[in-house]
Ligand binder design. Structure first.
Ligand SMILES: O=C(O)C(=O)C[C@]1(C(=O)O)C=C[C@@H](O)C=C1
Length: 296
């Protein structure tokens, strides 16, 4: 397969794929992990930006990168469906670590004032996290989705009626004016990222505390989901997230994604998984990992 990105692993250690271009929140999370690897494991790593989340994950499959750092869930807007769908589809990937990053959005623009802004670009997650602020301060602006919060930044100097929602850090990186900061609708805004690698390579570096999995149920009948969830209730295992996604086979048919507060190899979880196997159609374990919180 032709490589669209250079293979950096041999020359420079672990290659970490992330959503680019530089300055994204994904890069910030990946950079934290790079430093964590260096300080805690004496592992040298480099960052490789990719244009989409799917391409960052694909880079791990094609071995252009060793791991990818991808967003999975935001405290205001919920799940990043691209990440969840990809994990279900790409069987060879495993979650090795979770990272939680506080998110503080800024409005970046070369316009003299908010009154001159006609168009705002950003990643759909960021536009959604600031929808109240946008409705109040830029009610007539066109909101345009881009692949990341930083994709539009290089174009801003040539288009003074446009703005982008990104981090203040990205504004500084691209040397662009910050017109407003702290514009997310809720101040306690956080995004959870997963560090994802090949299933066959390397173990998690810290003792796992969580397990993520997903399943489909054998038939759309009363109690099918309850039966699966009762397995955890009966064993006293706490769930920290449940989410449904369409199976994409037919309308009204779902996959259920669970984050479970137990390590995959704990005796309780081993019992849970054995029971869960008997009441699900397809059951996939995405990995068992610990959670690191990033302070900014
Ligand atoms: O566009 C970016 O900067 C990203 O890293 C993506 C992303 C996301 O997909 O949720 C990451 C964190 C924020 O929630 C907004 C956007």
């Amino acid at each position: 397969m032709a490589k669209s990105q250079p293979d950096q692993r041999d020359a420079t250690g672990t290659a970490i794929a992330h959503l680019g271009p530089p300055g994204t929140y994904s890069e910030q999370a990946a950079f934290f992990y790079l430093n964590w690897l260096k300080s805690n494991e004496e592992i040298e790593a480099t960052l490789s930006p990719y244009p989409t989340i799917a391409k960052s994950l694909q880079a791990v499959i094609t071995q252009q990168a060793d791991i990818a750092v991808v967003p999975v869930e935001n405290s205001i807007e919920g799940s990043v469906s691209m990440t969840m769908d990809s994990l279900w589809q790409l069987d060879s990937l495993r979650i090795k670590q979770a990272l939680v990053l506080p998110i503080n959005h800024a409005l970046i623009s070369c316009a003299n004032s908010l009154d001159n802004i006609e168009t705002v670009y950003s990643h759909p997650q960021a536009l959604a996290q600031c929808q109240g602020w946008l409705a109040k301060f830029l009610p007539n602006a066109n909101l345009i989705s881009s692949n990341s919060t930083t994709e539009a930044l290089e174009q801003l100097p040539q288009a003074p009626t446009t703005a982008a929602i990104s981090s203040s850090r990205a504004g500084e990186l691209y040397n662009l004016p910050i017109l407003a900061s702290g514009i997310n609708d809720y101040p306690e805004n956080c995004t959870r990222f997963w560090v994802v690698g090949q299933a066959s390579k390397g173990e998690e570096l810290l003792t796992p505390t969580h397990t993520s999995l997903a399943f489909s149920v054998p038939a759309n009948v009363p109690g099918a989901l309850v039966k699966a969830l009762e397995v955890f209730a009966h064993l006293g295992i706490n769930l920290s997230r449940i989410e449904s996604r369409p199976t994409k086979r037919s309308l009204g048919e779902y996959l259920f994604f669970l984050d479970v507060e137990a390590a995959v190899n704990s005796p309780l979880m081993e019992s849970a998984l054995a029971e869960l196997n008997t009441c699900t159609e397809v059951l996939k374990i995405f990995g068992s990992y610990s959670v690191l919180t990033i302070s900014t």
